[in-house]
Write a protein that binds this ligand. Sequence first.
Ligand SMILES: [Zn+2]
Length: 314
Amino acid sequence: MKRAIGIGIDAGGTFTKIVAATRTGRILAQQSLPTVPEGGPRRFVRRMADSVRVLERGLGAKGSVTLAIAGEVDLDRGALRCSPNLAAFEGFPLRRAMGAALRRRLSLHNDANMAGWGCYAFEFGRRFPSVVAITMGTGIGGGIVLDRRLFTGSTGSAAEIGHARIRDGSFPCRCGARGCLEAHAGSYGVLRTLREVLRERPRAASALRALRRIEPKDVSEAARRGDRIAREVWERVGRALGQGIVNLVYLLNPDAIALTGGLSSASPYFMGALRRVIRGESFSTPFSHTVIRASRHAGLGALGAALYSLEDAD
Ligand SMILES: [Zn+2]
């Protein structure tokens, strides 16, 4: 049965966001609640199903549901294969359990893939058939929509752009390799780049030298105030992102790419460097075609899941 309302549940390591939306992306209701991974997957499913029921009671209608989750998803089994932030949920049949709790079929997808669908269906309003989302948080993920279809690859592991190698033998990544994009441009990559710049320029003044616990938002704030060290950090992050995007464009020739997630709010400080890398490519056709921008909307994972559930329903 086709439903009019899509419900997206986007589960991250700390918070889970639930969004109910219409097919055009109009948000009818939303809620954010703690994930509590240490409580285990059964308790998570029970709590989320309760929240969805309350939300539906308020709307007076039931919706189609897609669960988006941070980690590598086994699409056949409807379970998390591996997740650094939700290790307690690994192997648990999440799709079946949530489906049973809500008494309906639902789909389970990687959260970045759902952000990709959100970019396609909402950020760019279905204007472009081929769209990529790059999600920038602690790590870097991606979601690909090719010719208006979600592309997940043969094992559901497509779009892991964060582990594309951009520099041989450089910063170590959480995955164990060196030189991955996220090791340079994920939140820990930004902080490592900061340490590198501070080391290289021991005499340059910077407000960041005095801070004890630094987060990427401190580096953004310093850049906003004109701190030269902070500006150099974002310049390097922008170059790393530019290299990752160059590879992506050569491979997929997408119509549009949007950067989403918390770190994308630093785009005023890294977008210039990113665009300079893109402009440096001599093969101009794909690069002059691709629209590249920071997303204008937060929470594309949950909204993308809500919209995808309506595609999925049949
Ligand atoms: Zn990696």
